[in-house]
Write a protein that binds this ligand. Structure first.
Ligand SMILES: Nc1ncnc2c1ncn2[C@@H]1O[C@H](COP(=O)(O)OP(=O)(O)O)[C@@H](O)[C@H]1O
Ligand SMILES: [Mg+2]
Length: 242
């Protein structure tokens, strides 16, 4: 397997990760980041879109739950990142689907599959409107959890992911480990990155690995994921004690 044409690749914005991906994500793909609560999914996605905005690209962040609403505030207190600046410069657009004005919030009157169909329509029209190069969806649990049939779930996930491929937008989609939903979402993705924690002696280490990447070789190692005041990076070492 040779390294792919760099013009087809998009930097993840996370130091050390592009090497694991052999150059970054493929343009116009759906890339899932999964892991338990607190493993760094939101930081990952934010760093991914900030990388684009930093280079003058238009980027979009889709907030799907109350939990992800505090993202601007948290990124400021965690790392001193000022996402509002990108918003003011017209580079970053937040789409908050929990906003009642969008009438997309989970409601007893709307069937879950209808909710996802309207979500798909909404992001498609926003993409056509804004023409972003990168999208971050934090996260898809709230959207997909109410779908009871796995078959239906697969179809709906494929449906949503196809929007990014069609419009050549590179996306990062986070999903928490929850009732097997993460596995279903991972199944439809072009790449899957797993974040976690590992016990190394008495130490708790953050870990990262690339579970799959369609069309590319990857570095098949579990590596140490570092989160510090300057953000997230991948170290070229294993979290397991030698
Ligand atoms: N400045 C920092 N230095 C080190 N760790 C941090 C810093 N800011 C946040 N974190 C860690 O990042 C974690 C949150 O990551 P987050 O992306 O919100 O996780 P998830 O979205 O997977 O729930 C926090 O639990 C905290 O431990
Ligand atoms: Mg989160």
């Amino acid at each position: 397997m040779t390294d792919a044409d760099p013009s087809e690749r998009v930097s993840s914005g996370i130091s050390g990760l592009d090497e694991m991906l052999r150059g970054g994500f493929f343009k116009g793909t759906a890339n899932v980041v999964s892991g338990d609560s607190g493993t760094g999914k939101t930081i990952f996605g934010t760093q991914f879109i900030a990388e684009g905005a930093k280079n003058g690209e238009k980027v979009m962040c889709i907030i799907t739950s109350e939990e992800s609403k505090s993202i601007v505030k948290e990124m400021k207190t965690s790392f001193g990142w000022n996402l509002e600046e990108y918003v003011e410069q017209g580079l970053l657009t937040f789409v908050d689907i929990t906003d009642p004005s969008l009438r997309l919030q989970k409601s007893v009157e709307i069937a879950p599959s209808e909710l996802i169909k309207s979500f798909k329509k909404l992001i498609e029209s926003k993409i056509e409107d804004i023409q972003p190069t990168r999208i971050f969806i934090d996260s898809v649990e709230a959207l997909f959890l109410a779908i009871e049939s796995n078959y239906k779930l697969r179809t709906l996930i494929d449906d949503v992911f196809s929007v990014f491929r069609k419009h050549n937008v590179t996306s990062v989609i986070t999903v928490g480990a929850m009732f097997g939903l993460d596995e279903m979402v991972e199944y439809g993705a072009d790449s899957v990155i797993k974040l976690g924690r590992i016990m190394a002696g008495n130490n708790l280490q953050r870990s990262i690995y690339v579970m799959k990447m369609r069309g590319s070789g990857t570095i098949n190692e579990v590596r140490v994921l570092s989160i510090s005041d300057s953000g997230m990076s991948v170290l070229a070492q294993s979290p397991y004690l030698e």
